[in-house]
Write a protein that binds this ligand. Structure first.
Ligand code: ATP
Length: 216
């Protein structure tokens, strides 16, 4: 499985609002898992997304159900409800600290898009976060902002796409197949009564329609 033949088992943490989960999330996580030899990718559902004004469109229960169905059948994909279980807003630094404690032997990669990584300095305790976790930054375009911030954050370039932090963690930039789908696009299409077929897994499409999600 993948490139990591020996050493500690590698776990990916892929956080998101997943409102709803779509094929862009799924395919890029699959490619990252393959490239890094991840044993598991935990899709961590955000309860109160601090970056999105603290609100989501569908309820936690609906987003969880759609995520759970979308991941079914992929043995290395798993939903995680750790952020749902705690009170108040969810911060990545606390989530990573939680998994470091729960899986001290694992090598953890925090998976996120280059767009999100380029704004990392706005995240709570980002310096601590960078020293707690490796990052797998998904690149969907050639020129992306993520690359600009990396040296300002104190990383040293080891080789093409690989940067090392003084704390011992690393950032790996990975090109992924660009799939320009966003949850916003899916919600807008539903609102206008347009088809969302092939933008989300079939069971997620059926769930959205059956429960009348995102209509207004
Ligand atoms: P919204 O449109 O509501 O802002 P989103 O589609 O960006 O949502 P999120 O749940 O906010 O979805 O994203 C979770 C993570 O998935 C982020 O790290 C984001 O960069 C990444 N991501 C979102 N869309 C894609 C895509 N099409 N391909 C690869 N990664 C994506």
């Amino acid at each position: 499985m993948g490139t990591a033949k020996s050493g500690p088992r590698r776990i990916g943490l892929f956080g998101g609002t997943f409102d709803p989960v779509h094929i862009g999330h799924l395919r890029s996580a699959e490619e990252v898992a393959e490239a890094l030899g991840l044993e598991r990718v935990l899709f961590v559902l955000a309860a109160h997304p601090p970056h999105k004004g603290g609100r989501a469109h569908a309820s936690e229960g609906h987003r969880w159900e759609m995520l759970r169905m979308a991941l079914e059948g992929n043995p290395r994909f798993e939903p995680s409800d750790v952020e749902l279980k705690k009170d108040g807003p969810s911060y990545s630094v606390e989530t990573v600290a939680h998994f470091r404690e729960a899986m001290p032997e694992a090598e953890i990669f925090f998976i996120l898009g280059a767009d999100a990584f380029s704004e990392i300095e706005t995240w709570k305790d980002y310096r601590r976060l960078l020293s707690l976790s490796n990052f797998a930054v998904m690149r969907r375009r050639e020129a992306e902002e993520g690359l600009k911030v990396i040296e300002a954050l104190g990383y040293r370039r080891a080789k093409e796409g690989l940067y090392l932090h003084p704390s011992g963690t690393k950032v790996q930039f990975l090109p992924v197949t660009p799939i320009g789908v966003s949850s916003t696009q899916v919600r807008e299409a539903v609102k206008r009564g347009r088809s969302i077929r092939y933008l989300v897994p079939q069971r997620v499409e059926e769930y959205i329609l059956r429960h009348g999600l995102y209509r207004d």
